[in-house]
Design a protein around this ligand. Sequence first.
Ligand code: FES
Length: 183
Amino acid sequence: MDMETRDAPPQPARRNFLKKASAVLIGAVTGLVPAISGLIVFLDPLRRKSQDNDAVLVASLSSLPEDGVPRKFSVVADHTDAWNRMPRVPVGAVYLRRLGDKQVQAFNVICPHAGCFVDYVPARKSYHCPCHNSSFAADGRIADPKSPSPRGLDELPIEIRNENEIWVRFQNFRAGVKEKIPA
Ligand code: FES
């Protein structure tokens, strides 16, 4: 290669190629920003849904009888469906049962057989489902082996906060199956 070729300025074709490549790169980066924002908005309901089973304040310890007889309470919480967030709506109900000074057991009121609401029958000290006669002991287990329910009542985790508040991690579960699968 002689000196003249080495020191020659870049050819116009090469300059054009670099210009076009930069334009494509800038265009791609600029296009990615709205695409990523759109993806975040699209996924947002899914993110919010994952917060749905945060614990909610349901009752006070002092509102439960100390003899262990269950009491029914509504669960009121923020509810998120596919695209909307609705504040403070009834999302279900639970039976709360005091087991000790600071110990409480919580059951979803929905029968695991086919989704009816169970009733607590004090005379029998058990829960009864009026739809197909499943019966459950006070501790949630199936009481009558002829019960069609495939599992006992669905127990829910609770926390006692500020000495007297019962917070429940409310959740519904799939009906008609032996396993406790979140619905
Ligand atoms: S729904 Fe409760 S026994 Fe069928």
